[in-house]
Ligand binder design. Structure first.
Ligand code: HEM
Length: 496
């Protein structure tokens, strides 16, 4: 009977099995509706490891943070690439980037690490600082001129500012040899192109969860066309017309041209993948950070004080006469209060899931017991369980700006469960070999955004008693969740 329903039976030595009620889908609908509640309920029923049948896959969830180390140690039986490669090809529409399949010999992960970390990060930070100020002060000038309050949706604002600045930082600026156009009209045209790319990005991003779940993009006409337009904008021939391309994009173009057999559009789509990775989580993370800051006067006071003191020690003056603030990586690294605020906002909003696929039948050894895992099964971690665990984070649903600070005001790294110190307690960027290569840049850019917002603007919520928006669960498993509704805020230039 199980066989007829496409389900399997639990064998001896395997974790407890939840087949779900529906043929093929198994537990998919219950899991999709609210993954955190679903997993908590199954954890209560079965304990720290259990298997769920989700849309034809068998996923073993490990819920005890002490067993995360065990999983990392047994990496040789597990594959992290196949799933990522297949998902990227499916969602963005390029050919396989798995070197085993012969389209390219590029090691993408190495390229990302090389161009997003180390010395390359300094250049990204420098460019982002300049671009953020250009976007906040110059490109949005019409709105700011009268020095009166501007009211806007906070998510809409974060989306526009981070997308435009991030886009310019990675993909540079259009250089325009057309001399009869004046600078401001060139800038306006450029801005219109980027805001158009943002509209296409949003249209495509909406259906991203459906693509990851395996639905073909042809089912979504406008999202499909939006993805093609993004690809068009990022064709090598168009990128070559831009100045100040980041090292990441320059190197990726070179490797596309020298190591791959991709056609022009496929090459462009590998850049669409990079654009998506650089924005899809950063935008909601920026929103949550600024939202919680605006809701917490205590956090706002502490952050403002830290920003003021770092600017003073860097001898940077805030002015509106065209001279920009510049803070280098070392100075930005010396802002533990902003670090703690960003971490806390991401703890509350992140729902990334870590997947590994079993390369063969093997026995998974955990701390005190072991389980048989079958080839092609998925082993998964869902760190939101950890982030919302009241034993690790007292009062876990409350934003506490100093949660990640110790008594000396430095980064706090000791978190405990059952009296034992945890190695893994904070995982919005994933973990192990596949950890986000852009994580350092992401935190720096959010920190730069906050520093500039607090320096140049007076900002406040339109309604101070506004309720915290709920997390939109449709993206659960994919990173930072978006708010289910926008929140109005207002801002105006400070009188400097
Ligand atoms: C992958 C989170 C920002 C580039 C990932 C993964 C997560 C993640 C969870 C998958 C890791 C895994 O599978 O275990 C985030 C969050 C961000 C952020 C929460 C912001 C708050 C960025 C930025 C960039 C970036 C700004 C680039 C500029 C990438 C790339 C990958 C990735 C290229 C794929 C890595 C690979 O497969 O080799 N990110 N990310 N991310 N991220 Fe980020």
């Amino acid at each position: 009977f199980c066989f007829l329903l496409g389900r399997r039976r639990r064998r001896q030595g395997e974790p407890p099995l939840e087949n779900g009620f529906l043929p093929y889908l198994g537990c998919a609908l219950q899991f999709g509706a609210n993954p955190l509640e679903f997993l908590k309920e199954k954890q209560k029923k079965h304990g720290h490891i259990f298997t769920c049948h989700v849309a034809g896959k068998y996923i073993h969830f490990l819920t005890d943070p002490f067993s995360y180390c065990a999983l990392m140690r047994q990496g040789k039986h597990l594959d992290w690439k196949k799933f990522h490669f297949a998902t990227s090809a499916k969602a963005f529409g390029h050919g396989s980037i798995d070197p085993a399949e012969g389209n390219t010999t590029e090691n993408f992960h190495q390229t990302f690490i090389r161009t997003l970390q180390g010395n390359a990060l300094d250049a990204l930070i420098e460019a982002m600082m300049e671009n953020l100020q250009y976007v906040m002060l110059q490109s949005r000038t019409p709105k700011l001129q009268s020095n009166t309050w501007v009211t806007e949706g906070l998510y809409t604002f974060c989306c526009q500012v981070m997308f435009e600045s991030g886009f310019l930082t990675l993909f540079g600026k259009e250089f325009n040899s057309n001399n009869d156009k004046n600078l401001s009209s060139k800038q306006e045209t450029e801005r219109a192109h980027i805001l158009n790319a943002l509209e296409n990005f949003k249209e495509f991003d909406k259906i991203f969860p459906a693509l990851v779940a395996g639905l073909p993009i042809h089912l979504f006409k406008s999202a499909h066309s939006a993805r093609e337009k993004l690809g068009e904008a990022l064709l090598h021939k168009n990128l070559l017309k831009r100045d100040n391309l980041s090292e990441l994009v320059t190197l990726r173009m070179f490797l596309n041209d020298t190591l791959s057999t991709f056609d022009d559009m496929e090459k462009a789509k590998t850049h669409v993948a990079v654009l998506w990775a650089s924005q899809a989580n950063t935008i909601p993370a920026t929103f949550w950070t600024l939202f919680f800051l605006l809701k917490s006067p205590e956090a706002m006071r502490a952050a403002t004080k830290e920003v003021r003191s770092i600017l003073e020690s860097a001898e940077e003056n805030i002015s509106l006469d065209g001279k920009r603030i510049s803070l280098n990586r070392k100075q930005l690294d010396n802002m533990p209060i902003l670090d703690s605020i960003i971490k806390e906002a991401m703890r509350l909003s992140s729902a990334s899931m870590t997947f590994r696929v079993a390369k063969e039948d093997f026995t998974l050894h955990l701390e005190n017991d072991f389980y048989n895992i079958r080839k092609d099964d998925v082993v998964a971690l869902y760190p939101q369980l950890l982030h919302f665990d009241p034993e690790i984070y007292a009062d876990p649903l409350t934003f506490k700006y100093d949660r990640f600070l110790n008594e000396n005001g430095e980064e706090k790294t000791d978190f405990y469960r059952n009296g034992r110190k945890l190695k893994y307690y904070y995982m919005p960027f994933g973990t192990g070999i596949a950890k986000c290569p852009g994580r350092l840049f992401a935190v720096h850019e959010i920190k730069q955004f906050l520093t500039l917002m607090l320096s140049y603007f007076e900002i406040e919520l339109v309604d101070n008693d506004v309720k915290c928006p709920s997390l939109d669960q449709s993206r659960a498993g994919l990173g930072i969740l978006q708010p289910s509704n926008d929140i109005d805020f207002r801002y105006r230039l400070k009188c400097l």
